[in-house]
Design a protein around this ligand. Sequence first.
Ligand code: UDP
Length: 317
Amino acid sequence: MQRAVLVTGGGGFIGSHLCQSLLDDNYVVFCVDNFITGDKNNLKNLLNNPQFVLLEHDIMRPIQQNQNLDYIFHLASPASPNKKSPRSYINYPIETLLANSVGTYHLLELSLKYGAKFLFASSSEIYGDPAISPQKEDYFGNVNPNGIRSCYDEGKRFGEAITFSYIRKYNLDARVIRIFNTYGPLMRADDGRVVSNFINQAINSKPITVYGKGTQTRSLCFVDDMVLGIKLAMFSPNTKAEVFNLGNPDERTILNIAKLIKNMTKSSSEIVFEDLPIDDPKGRKPDISKAKRILGWEPKITTIDGLKKTINYFKSL
Ligand code: UDP
């Protein structure tokens, strides 16, 4: 019998790639999104698939689901920290907190109801401005509990806490992944994230806006690698009650990323420096040894190859 999967945030950037990949694997996919930051256009190739069901729904309320579910992937949440973007979680702070708290509660209850395996998509943001590098899963982080990013950071931390409470109290088969910076086709051009901003600025001959001095670092993971990691965290044996960092350890400074994208696009744009946002983490680099050991996963797509694909995507729009 075909297995049924529910993906919240299925209209988002990573969520829509995950839905596509699960359909390719022959799952029946229920996609839940309220489209405050997701985009129906991401789903235009999926909507005709008879195994794909779109539920336009806000997870603030329980999902009325009468068909059996085998797996629940909970990705729904605004995710961009850039307050200049209309879709930033900074502009949806309450929705962000509730999607990760009340929303996670409803989805955990749904998992219990159907005996479905559960995956909570947490974030490298739970490490805050990390005092150690690379970050390992057992690092507790360095988070401002009431700063401008706290709606996301603390929302994700709550989501992890309630997921583990259901594991301990109800023996639920659940796991947590921590997604590090991810990029690729279907990112929104106005998302405000570093890769989408720099590529769109470069190909439109606009100034490339480096915040601060550009000495802060990030490690960029191409979305196809990320989707594979997410599926392995759900479907591999021995993942119950585990936390996995998923990301590409290829750490670069933001200035290096700006120069790389400028060169790759042969852009005439100048690189300009703007104020560093409050609480912007100084660095991020995942330690992925646990994902390698238990999931046999590591990113395969180099930053250069992934950026090429993403540049081609934005040029094609
Ligand atoms: N950034 C930048 N210019 C931009 C957008 C982002 O310099 O136009 C910087 C941002 O300050 C941060 C890094 O790039 O240090 C990554 O930002 P992003 O919003 O992609 O995600 P974050 O890792 O902060 O969640």
